[in-house]
Design a protein around this ligand. Sequence first.
Ligand code: NAD
Length: 362
Amino acid sequence: MKIREVPVEGYETVAVAEDPESSLHAIIAIHDTTLGPALGGLRLWKYETEEDALTDVLRLARGMTYKSACANTGLGGGKAVIIGDSETDLTESRFRAMGRFVETLGGRYITAEDVGIGIRELEWLRKETRYVTGLSRRVGSSGNPSPFTARGVIRGLFACAEERFGTSHLDRLRYTVQGLGQVGGDVVRCLSMLGATVTVTDINEERCEEFAALPGVEVVPAEEIYSVDCDVFMPCALGGVLNDETIPILKAQVVAGCANNQLLRSDHADSLHARGILYAPDFIINAGGIINVSVEVREEGYDERTAVRKIENIYDGLREVFETARREDLTPAKAADRVAEFRLEQARNRNGSPVKDTTPNS
Ligand code: NAD
């Protein structure tokens, strides 16, 4: 396997691996390990070029640093991508080669599941490296993170409801949920159980039928979800859904969902703010999964009660962000960045290392 380092300003290590034997072509980006080893998922995607893959992995790795810093996971930020096709390229030899690539970093990068990867692939990786998290409970790992992400989202909703509506009665609000997958589905079940009114959508008709049967739940076609009259809009499917087309038609006063990278561009946080819509930064409210995994990385090993206790703090994390935003007249998205940067700077000062430039390079 040939491994070459690519110097990228603001990143600790960016390495590209090419292994002709297994056809592995992958990149690992370690953005920042000030707060601990860099943990972030491994994504398999059909990137057109290595340049596209590099852009993606850099953006994602930096996002993980900020997410973990705000969630106090004791971890740094990193990410890995394999350039490939999930239809044809899920071979054991390729993933074992990826495991060897991860191993070369000696634990500075710890991997986990992301788009295009499942438990089977992680188990292949595990044959070559111990720096893999999110395997099944059967082997003492933390298992599927989604129920923990959903739990964190519900905790976050309390902070949003108090901030915008002055209530912690989640049942009194009306919600729209886009995406009834692993996380969105759990969130809807919970809201329905609380007695709330929830309008939902999914491009998968079976999912829609399943959820239409729940009390208080109504299904609408996918394209109508943005304009439904509601209090809270919850993006739980794709990224980029908060954009020039959707923001002007939102009726909600709060946007709070689990999807990653909900803002198409960072200035869409300003558009939401200008419309008086409170935005719960995605990387704060959807941190339940990474918090759960971070508990696995501790020396004592995984413990669900510890994970749940830490996930409850998403409420406090959001309160801190909203307070910072109010005090410093910022959008919550900028305030969240501020909170993360402050924690990193404090840790660097404690460690005696110089403050690093974290300007994105993608
Ligand atoms: P999932 O694949 O289980 O569910 C996504 C759902 O969205 C699917 O049911 C899909 O049919 C639906 N969908 C796709 N496009 C849609 C559209 N245009 N309109 C309506 N529905 C659409 O995924 P998940 O694990 O529930 O994750 C959802 C989002 O949350 C993703 O953005 C993911 O990156 C993010 N996230 C997930 C976790 C986790 O623990 N699973 C953690 C953090 C962030």
